[in-house]
Design a protein around this ligand. Sequence first.
Ligand SMILES: NC(=O)c1ccc[n+]([C@@H]2O[C@H](COP(=O)([O-])OP(=O)(O)OC[C@H]3O[C@@H](n4cnc5c(N)ncnc54)[C@H](O)[C@@H]3O)[C@@H](O)[C@H]2O)c1
Length: 268
Amino acid sequence: MTNDLKNKVAFITGAAHGQGRAVALALAGEGVHIVAFDIAKPLSYPGYTLGSETELDSLRRECEARNVRCLTAQGDVRRDEDIRRAVEAATAEFGTIDILFNNAGICAYGLVHELPEEEWDAMLDINLKGAWLVARRIIPLMMAQQSGVIINNSSIAGLRGMNRLSHYAASKWGLVGLTKSWAIELAPYNIRVNSIHPTGVNTPMNDGLAALEGATPQEIAERSAGNLLPVPWVEPEDVSAMVLFLASDKARYVTGSQFVLDAGLLTR
Ligand SMILES: NC(=O)c1ccc[n+]([C@@H]2O[C@H](COP(=O)([O-])OP(=O)(O)OC[C@H]3O[C@@H](n4cnc5c(N)ncnc54)[C@H](O)[C@@H]3O)[C@@H](O)[C@H]2O)c1
């Protein structure tokens, strides 16, 4: 089968490390040019280590070693100005954008009645509103070319309740609403929209939450209770395998759907 991904262009948010980086490298391996967007600096909330400029630079070099071009852009998914600049730079470099992986996100614990309003706002603004702010700048490019793929990184928290994570879960359920509505709106333009729903993933987010909670990374992953398969978490490369499938023409009639990568957790 021919590689339909070759020479496509993917815009990936939260690309500096974790799942975004793994997806960038997997797509680059298939010949996809990469636009790697990341805040690349610390935020006082959630308070664990986010991506860095050094990581963006090394990602660019690793993509180039796979014989594709990689444009890095430092920016916040909450800031339209940052997004506009990155999308303009991407179109100047590549002409268009074919694939959007809406992946940037934060996670933090908080009891529903104790949660400060600023934490609620930050969670919803980054995880949910940010996905919309980015998509609305890229969708017109996809409409013009009558094709495109959008993949929203939700979570198992987008399909169930989570203890001390109600604001996180609300943002992730919100992404399902966006996914299904955008799929309806954009199908006439041959733009497919799906969401993915991983269980705990072995990334700096998981390590960061562990440090904040004084727990081990394994304990944090297991807190979400009960993968059926005997693993504490899945790896970022498991996520990229799913994203690669959804981005490719192998999934050409797949839209509006939720793809669970949960080691069986939701079956319980
Ligand atoms: N790690 C898990 O267990 C897990 C499980 C299911 C879903 N998810 C979701 O997957 C996505 C990726 O998570 P991860 O585990 O790779 O996390 P991570 O913290 O390891 O990486 C997230 C990346 O997003 C960037 N980012 C954060 N806020 C940003 C902002 N405002 N603007 C731009 N970039 C920003 C960070 O700098 C970082 O590089 C998130 O949406 C997360 O909620 C994570």
